[in-house]
Design a protein around this ligand. Structure first.
Ligand SMILES: Nc1ncnc2c1ncn2[C@@H]1O[C@H](COP(=O)(O)OP(=O)(O)OP(=O)(O)O)[C@@H](O)[C@H]1O
Ligand SMILES: [Mg+2]
Length: 145
């Protein structure tokens, strides 16, 4: 599966993403600086019904969001940005391992430092800037280069 989208097409892409990955929980987001990883996560949160994703701080390591499903049950989404962590020990001290095994959806930007902590069934995603500044999103086999 591969999606190519502009900023304007992002809400629709986010809907399709959740149809495709309905049963998945942990996602790594690989791709260069400025590819649009954070922007994508915020759109994916909005598509789930999170109301305040855009208000979250850009520079915190772990952002936590909540949404309610159709039955009114509350769920969590965690957005981890590991760019400033040096190694696995750093990640564990920051609470990243605990977060990965919470009952909730998890997005991991810059996942290399936790490559060996990721749960089975983690989905690895690659995001690139394509022609006309459109973004190209696809599933890859591993986040390790
Ligand atoms: N689908 C898109 N089409 C066009 N521009 C986009 C798209 N997605 C994101 N952008 C733009 O790309 C820029 C970088 O986005 P963002 O901060 O989400 O990237 P990032 O991959 O999280 O970067 P970093 O690695 O620094 O965390 C922003 O200006 C954003 O508006
Ligand atoms: Mg980012």
């Amino acid at each position: 599966m591969q999606w190519t989208f502009t900023l304007a097409q992002l809400p629709e892409t986010a809907q399709q993403f959740w149809e495709h990955f309905a049963d998945k929980r942990v996602f790594t987001l690989n791709g260069p600086m400025g590819a649009g990883k954070t922007t994508l996560v915020k759109a994916l949160c909005a598509a789930k019904g999170v109301e305040d994703a855009t208000a979250s701080p850009t520079f915190s390591i772990i952002n936590e969001y909540a949404y309610q499903d159709f039955a009114g049950k509350s769920h969590r989404i965690y957005h981890l940005d590991l760019y400033r962590l040096r190694d696995e020990a750093d990640a564990i001290s920051a609470g990243v391992e605990d977060t990965l095994y919470q009952d909730g959806i998890c997005f991991v930007e810059w996942p290399e430092v936790v490559a060996h902590l990721l749960p089975p069934n983690t989905v690895h995603l690659q995001l690139e800037v394509g022609p006309d500044q459109k973004r190209v999103l696809r599933e890859i086999a591993s986040s390790l280069k």
